[in-house]
Design a protein around this ligand. Structure first.
Ligand code: F6P
Length: 354
């Protein structure tokens, strides 16, 4: 079979492991041929391709990024874009397409599927917020990077009696903040699912310092928001533009929080924005295995003719679920998890109304 493959959206460690697994099993077991489309959906719009064979996937397992490169191109935002994608596939006589991406990339895959294109999806997002699958690859690596950073920040925070506010990725979901905050022993974890009140955050830090600790670590997801009681909305002015899928470009919440925490507590506070360091570099062993399993699952799905579906991890098994289910909504941190993690922190009482 002649199969196309692309990676779309933000990159994450493990993409190359998926590509390698698909090509190896495709060549060794099914005698498939592959065409790589470059830079996500842009490759289909602009007919940008590369050869994908055993030699081009050689040595890529430990490499971060993606040999297919990626972009946030949305064909629906280009006149006749979806039809152009279909035409490019036809031109290359592609019989099936593997789209590796998050909800944006997979929503385009679903549109192509509705046009009769034979598509299989592989879930990818560093944020770990894709529905229908327990974990996405890249998330574990990101958590390891953040956890190591928190460990490092601990020693310098302790040396200087400082509060450190660490900003991590997570636009709509706080999985990275929560997991790395737990693993790194953070003193406050702020996530989009649980809007926060700065006065309470500052008070909890003050109480901790009263107990004899003289430094604190606050981990904040870039998409965290104020609680309705604290005025609601994002602390960050949303004026940095939007991508083709309509997502605001985030970043900067740690600087705002650091300033406010210092004003409220009087403790010297610094902000650290980890940014794209979380997405770069070599995948962890866990992510290499997970990404490989997804790739092997996807190529099998193609040969079982399970189109319009995505490979998913459920209870440590690779299964196939409808693309529609995966893109229906974000998988955010559930209330049960939030309440369990609350057990780690001292409760801060509401202030008496003045
Ligand atoms: O892909 C998800 C994500 O990593 C978000 O956590 C983050 O807000 C965004 O991508 C950053 O996007 P970009 O790489 O386009 O700056």
């Amino acid at each position: 079979m002649k199969i196309g493959m692309l990676t779309g959206g933000g990159d994450c460690p493990g993409l190359n492991a998926v590509i390698r697994a698909v090509v190896r099993k495709g060549v060794f077991h099914y005698k498939d041929q592959f065409v790589g489309f470059l830079e996500g959906w842009r490759g289909l719009l602009e007919n940008k391709t590369m050869v994908l064979d055993l030699s081009t996937v050689g040595g890529i397992l430990p490499r971060g990024g993606t040999i297919l490169r990626t972009s946030r191109t949305n064909p629906s935002k280009h006149p006749g874009g979806i039809e152009q994608c279909a035409a490019t596939l036809q031109k290359h006589q592609i019989e099936a397409l593997i789209a590796i991406g998050g909800d944006d990339t997979l929503s385009v895959a679903q549109k192509l599927h509705e046009q009769g294109i034979r598509v299989v999806g592989v879930p990818k997002t560093i944020d770990n917020d894709l529905s229908g699958t327990d974990f996405t690859f890249g998330f574990d690596t990101a958590c390891n990077v953040v956890c190591e950073s928190i460990d490092r920040l601990h020693t310098t925070a302790e040396a200087h009696n400082r509060v450190m506010v660490v900003e991590v990725m997570g636009r709509d979901a706080g999985w990275i903040a929560l997991y790395s905050g737990i693993a790194g022993g953070a003193d406050a974890i702020l996530i989009p699912e649980r809007p926060f009140d700065l006065d309470k955050v500052a008070e909890s830090i003050r109480q901790r310092h009263e107990r004899g600790r003289y430094f604190s670590i606050v981990v904040v997801a870039e998409g965290a928001k104020f609680s309705p009681q604290a005025g609601g909305g994002s602390p960050v002015p949303q004026d940095m533009g939007k991508d083709e899928f309509g997502h605001a470009k985030l970043g900067g919440i740690a600087n705002i929080l650091a300033r406010e925490i210092e004003t409220r507590t009087g403790f010297e506070t610094r902000a650290v924005v980890l940014g794209h360091i979380q997405r770069g570099g070599s995948p962890s062993a866990f992510d290499r295995v997970l990404a490989t399993r997804y790739g092997l699952g996807a190529i099998d799905m193609i040969h079982r003719q399970e189109f319009g579906r995505m490979a998913a991890l459920r209870s440590n098994k690779i299964v196939s679920i409808p693309l529609k289910e995966a893109i229906a909504k974000n998988r955010t941190v559930d209330q049960e998890m939030i309440e369990m993690v609350d057990g780690l922190f001292e409760e801060v009482a509401d202030k008496e109304p003045a």
